[in-house]
Ligand binder design. Structure first.
Ligand code: ADP
Length: 642
């Protein structure tokens, strides 16, 4: 076989992930199978958008085929449904890459979780966006014929597959530009050969597509004798959809259902959005924006390559997907469209950087989203709780990223606290409203989980005095508290750092008593420091503890234990800061230790106390075996004494 012949027809295996997606799609989306039409129309519309953009600078791409749109045809005899667009098309390499692999990062991990759950849950796979592969829910064979804009008719390509393990590609001659998807429908999918059914699906899902969708006009049944023999049977097409860009219509002309379907088209999400904001702005800047807040996070929200940004249009012409300059990173979950009248049509990604119009659009959209969230938080608390659960950690990043809107974002934060019942539903304003008389700080504790935070020994005095503490356990929380030093004039204070401000916690009498005991136990603190040597920075008598004998805290200017561990896990080098050991003067163990100063066991007991305090703080011990041995020795001594 010659090389040219080899290039003619080849069979390729699907990438393993595609095989998995195909399996999941055909098994989990069966009850919702009509969505294949929406997905294919959506792809055709994207291809038309791209062609129109190219044609702005290079009109020859239009060839003589200037009326952009989508034809849908039904062949009842062949049992096929055909979607034909005159969009940008694909060449041979592109068709192999686009319809044989999945480029999204994190796909493998996501699919693993999905199949482990043996999910029949269409929403989960919907979060992933199955697109073209949904064809195989209704078709047992799919043929795609395509020719890329600008290439010769002989450079067409035909792709075919039964959706199992492989597909074939073959070079063909295709006179028209664009892509034709031919679905050979399964026996039980004959309903999609009914043109009324297809038309009603187009109304339901794709009315808002800005290009016309044409279908053959149904002829009224006529009596035989009335038929005029001289009129030829020319096929008449009609436009089935509204064919106007949704965001250009006045709000009053758009139903909720249309907003929802448009969201599904641009986001590839199967769930309804949580909220949307549609605005038309005239004045210094002229633009329309239609912004959506989804209900569920995409599977890759916390991966670097997650798609982010909005679809950018200029004067109705699609310019690009994922225009990340239009939104700050922390709002990467927002989906939508911006259509500007102020940008040139030939705007490129590079041009978007440092562009004054883009800067203004970005701050306006940011503001609009934050306002939408604020309104939701005030008027629809349940909905806001749902939002917070899905996107709270992303929004928290905004405190560090968006200085201009810091206060607005801070007001949107929700926390789990010692006073909330296992849910993150306390705002900083709620917290301040509940602050105790002399309290002037917002207290928080950070840990790996809310449960660990809830049980930290440093919390004891706060529990006793019924002072509320924020329980922070998202990874981003350590950065949050670095950048959010205060809210409405109240500073944020870690309960595991520095000295406690006694004024908040004790009356005059208690303060005096504490000072006295600190003085009395000074020799004990010194002896423990000597026994522990360099392992601690300082040993002091604590006011924080009511139940535990000891705890570790950090100095005001040092990083807390939790953030140190996070940095270490991220491979960051940092100066090692030693903990401060605090002893509970009222605890029997500490009292006994005081009596045993100078004895043989004193050093060992001091070490056990420190190890315990480190463990309770959620940190690993340097020498866990030594700790276990020391504890067992102590146990043996106790048993021997009985
Ligand atoms: P998605 O649309 O989410 O990227 P799909 O699996 O639906 O995923 O499609 C994969 C890719 O195949 C698209 O991104 C596009 O590049 C290409 N494609 C699909 N349908 C068409 C079409 N009708 N015309 C041109 N390209 C298409």
């Amino acid at each position: 076989m010659t090389a040219a012949a080899a290039a003619q027809k080849q069979t390729c295996g699907f990438q393993a992930e595609v095989g998995q997606v195909l399996h999941l799609v055909t098994h989990s989306l069966y009850s919702n199978r009509e969505i294949f039409l929406r997905e294919l129309i959506s792809n055709a519309s994207d291809a038309l958008d791209k062609l129109r953009f190219l044609a702005v600078s290079e009109p020859s791409y239009l060839e003589n085929d200037t009326e952009l749109g989508i034809h849908i045809e039904i062949d009842k005899d062949a049992k096929t449904l055909i979607l034909r667009d005159n969009g940008i098309g694909m060449d041979r390499d592109e068709i192999i890459a686009h319809l044989g692999t999945i480029a999204k990062s994190g796909t493998k991990e996501f699919l693993k979780v999905l199949s482990a759950q043996q999910s029949k849950e269409s929403l989960l796979i919907g979060q992933f966006g199955v697109g073209f592969y949904s064809s195989f829910i209704v078709a047992d064979t799919v043929t795609v014929r395509s020719r890329k804009a600008g290439l010769a008719a002989e450079a067409g390509v035909e792709w075919q597959s039964t959706g199992e393990s492989d597909f074939s590609v073959e070079t063909i001659t295709k006179a028209t530009r664009g892509t034709e998807v031919i679905l050979h429908l399964k026996e039980d999918a004959a309903e999609f050969l009914d043109s009324w059914r297809i038309k009603s699906l187009i109304h339901k899902y794709s009315d808002h597509i800005s290009f016309p969708i044409w279908m053959q006009k149904e002829e009224m049944p006529q009596a035989d004798e009335e038929k005029d023999e001289n009129v030829s049977d020319a096929v008449v097409f009609e436009t089935v959809n509204r064919a106007q860009a949704l965001w250009t219509l006045p709000k009053s002309k758009i139903t909720d259902q249309e907003y929802i379907e448009f969201y599904k088209h641009i986001s590839h999400d199967f769930s309804d959005p949580l909220a949307w904001a549609h605005n038309k702005v005239e004045g210094k800047l002229e633009y329309s924006s239609l912004l959506y807040i989804p209900k569920n996070p995409p599977f890759d929200l916390y991966q670097r390559e997650t798609s982010k940004g909005l679809k950018l249009y200029v004067k109705r012409v699609f310019i690009m997907d994922d225009a990340e300059q239009l939104l700050p990173m922390y709002l990467r979950f927002v989906k939508g469209v911006i259509d500007s009248n102020d940008l040139p049509l030939n705007v490129s990604r590079e041009l978007l950087q440092n562009n004054a119009v883009i800067e203004s659009l970005r701050s306006a959209t940011t503001r609009r989203i934050l306002d939408t969230l604020e309104k939701m938080s005030k008027e629809e608390a349940d909905k806001y709780a749902e939002f917070w659960k899905a996107f709270g950690p992303a929004l928290k990043e905004g405190i560090a990223e968006d200085f201009a809107n810091k206060d607005k974002i801070a007001a949107l934060l929700r926390f789990e606290t010692t006073h909330s019942a296992g849910k993150a539903d306390v705002s900083l304003a709620d917290y301040i409203a509940r602050m105790k008389d002399k309290q002037d700080k917002i207290y928080y504790v950070t840990a790996d989980s809310a449960a660990a935070a809830r049980h930290s020994p440093q919390l004891e005095i706060f529990k006793q005095k019924d002072i509320e503490v924020l329980l922070l356990s998202d990874r981003v929380d350590e950065w949050l508290v670095v950048h959010l030093s205060e809210f409405e004039g109240k500073s944020l204070q870690s309960i595991a750092k520095g000295m406690l401000d006694l004024d908040t916690f004790a009356n005059e009498e208690e303060k005096k008593a504490h000072e006295q005991i600190v003085a009395e136990l000074k020799p004990l603190a010194e002896a423990v420091k000597e026994a522990l040597g360099d392992a601690v920075k300082e040993v002091r008598i604590s006011h924080r503890l009511t139940d535990s004998p000891a705890c570790v805290v950090a100095d005001d200017n040092d990083l807390g234990g939790h953030v140190q561990r996070l940095l270490k896990a991220a491979g960051q080098a940092m100066p090692e800061s030693k903990p401060i050991l605090e002893l509970n003067p009222n605890h029997p163990i500490v009292k006994r230790l005081d009596l045993d100063k100078g004895t043989e066991q004193f050093k060992q007991w001091s070490q056990i106390l420190l190890s315990q305090a480190i463990l309770a703080d959620g940190a690993p011990l340097v020498d866990p075996a030594l700790f276990v041995n020391q504890l067992n020795d102590l146990w043996k001594d106790l048993l021997a004494a009985h």
